[in-house]
Design a protein around this ligand. Structure first.
Ligand code: BES
Ligand code: ZN
Ligand code: MN
Length: 513
């Protein structure tokens, strides 16, 4: 048996051992030129159908050992395949990371970076940027690594894992570092901020605490103004729906408004309004016990809206942007609203509560009214973990998109696809209005679920509070806000779905150049 065959066999064994991610510690990112160190772990991209670039050079230097190892391990370079090699051509550890055969888009580059960072061992990990038509390929690799390595460990008492450094190897490292710090790292920071809010349990995060965390995150960020409307301020504005949802909890509701000015003072802003139910017990229409603890993530819309504005402000985007977080805890105490109650919204419209568990549309009714009255937005996106129905329809793969504007549907779908946060358009049928006709009030908060689709009815209720001419999109993110099964750049737990999509949407259509 030749030397190379022996090396290949030991490599195949190592592959089996390293199938699970081995690390999820904090990650510092550096950029360096094409020279690769031999004494630290180096991740290399491998495309399907023939070695190219640095991995081809190393293979030649090792007289074909890399190719032989790939063959022995059945590694073809498919996206998602990973193969560690030890001691080849004098490199302590090489990690071959498959990137498939398709053109490497932002999402593919992020996935590559995530796999490299989470599968490699060692405190310093080097990663080679693949050939790609994407101008900011090094940034995407870095952000993928950062987002894939995110973890929420503050409640674990065991020693935290050692901090790690990722060195991104690319032809022009200084320019890449500059682009990364200015334009892309802020997006990963917006995502991490939102994920952490979502992962926090409800005994650590309630409406006022959400506000405090937001103030802390925006500290020192230029062009930002933060306001939080308290109960008297909301009473003055007549926000009976948001106040109604919040009144069953000891922890009072808030309407958080984060404004970022990156364009002319008179330019209309893009406004992101998020459902921020810090815990959804269902209220008097109490949820069943099993799985209720998941409802700490019912504030994902608010976290993602705020995280998106954090990203835009940190990267100094040339846009005016506002996050509105409709914050309340939905609890069933003696002061709670009841099914059958009628609430008066800020718009003046009255709404009959069918289930107190359909609370997201209530808080958003006031949030979108406020958004339009105060800001006359050039774009209004609301984000909400609104319905179980959208999860049944779309699973983990897509958020539900609802809009009356076809061109907007196209823009948001395309931004989501580019950013790795896919959406699927669902209908807003004119008949849904009949489903929410009330015998006592202007409308009711829900419809007969056998006659009408749940996610569409939720969208219809919110849409009742949005003017026809307002460029409005509703994203029901209940399907994608939380993952039990990790994806490359989305570890299990909070995804902060929406931050990357909204940032991309602004880059594509709303930013002055
Ligand atoms: N927060 C829930 C929706 C949800 C469920 C999000 C599961 C994530 C996972 C929402 O407030 C809710 O309870 N919706 C009800 C609406 C119904 C009462 C009309 C639902 O979907 O069952
Ligand atoms: Zn809810
Ligand atoms: Mn609910």
């Amino acid at each position: 048996m030749s030397m190379f065959r022996m090396a290949a066999l030991s490599v195949a064994a190592a592959f089996a051992l390293s199938a699970a991610p081995v690390s999820a510690a904090p990650l510092a990112v550096e950029f360096a030129g094409p020279d690769l160190p031999r004494d630290e772990t180096v991740a290399l991209p491998v495309a399907e159908g023939g070695l190219t670039g640095p991995v081809a050079a190393i293979n030649a230097e090792a007289q074909g050992a890399v190719e032989q190892a790939m063959q022995a391990a059945g590694f073809k370079g498919k996206a998602g395949e990973v193969l560690p090699l030890y001691g080849v051509a004098g490199y302590r550890a090489l990690l071959l990371v498959g990137v498939g055969r398709d053109a490497l888009t932002r999402v593919a580059l992020e996935d590559y970076g995530a796999r490299a960072a989470t599968r490699a061992t060692g405190e310093r990990v080097h990663v080679v940027v693949p050939e790609s038509a994407e101008a900011d390929a090094p940034s995407h690799v870095a952000n993928g690594a950062l987002l894939g390595s995110y973890s929420f460990d503050k409640y674990r008492t065991k020693e935290p894992a050692a901090a790690r450094t990722l060195v991104v190897h690319t032809a022009a490292p200084d320019a890449a570092a500059q682009r990364y710090r200015q334009s892309w790292q802020p997006v990963a920071e917006g995502v991490a901020f939102a994920r952490t809010l979502v992962n926090e349990p409800a005994n650590a995060l309630w409406p006022e605490e959400f506000v405090e965390r937001t103030r802390a995150a925006f500290k020192g960020v230029k062009g930002v103004t933060i306001e939080a409307l308290d109960v008297p301020a909301m009473e003055k504005l007549g926000m009976g729906a948001l106040l109604g949802v919040g009144q069953g909890s000891k922890r009072p509701p808030r309407l958080l408004v984060v404004r970022y000015q990156g364009a002319g003072a008179d330019d209309a802003p893009v406004v992101f309004a998020g459902k921020g139910i810090t815990f959804d017990s269902g209220g008097i229409s109490l949820k069943p016990g099993a799985g209720m603890g998941q409802m700490k993530y019912d504030m994902t819309g608010a976290a993602s809206a705020t995280g998106a504005v954090l990203a835009l402000a940190k990267r100094e985007a040339k846009v005016n942007a506002v996050a509105i977080a409709a914050l309340a805890e939905n609890m069933p105490d003696g002061n709670a609203i009841r099914p059958g109650d009628v609430l008066k919204t800020m718009s003046g419209k009255t709404i009959e509560v069918i289930s107190t568990d359909a609370e997201g549309r209530l808080v958003l009714a006031d949030a979108v009214t406020y958004a339009q009255a105060r800001f006359r937005p050039r774009l209004l996106v609301d984000l909400a973990t609104l319905t179980g129905a959208v999860r049944s329809a779309l699973g983990d793969d897509y958020a539900g998109l609802f809009t009356r504007h076809d061109a907007l549907a196209e823009q948001v779908s395309s931004a989501g696809k580019k950013a790795g946060e896919d959406v699927w358009r669902l209908p807003l049928h004119p008949d849904y209005a009949k489903g929410i006709a009330s015998t006592i009030a202007d409308l009711k908060g829900g419809a007969d679920g056998r006659a009408y689709p749940g996610a569409g009815i939720g969208a219809q209720v919110i849409g009742t509070f949005v003017a026809e001419e307002t460029p409005w999109v509703h994203l029901d993110i209940a399907s994608v806000a939380w993952l039990d099964i990790a994806q490359p750049t989305k570890p299990a737990g909070a995804t902060a779905f929406g931050v990357r999509l909204l940032d991309q949407l602004v880059r594509d259509h709303y930013e002055a150049r």
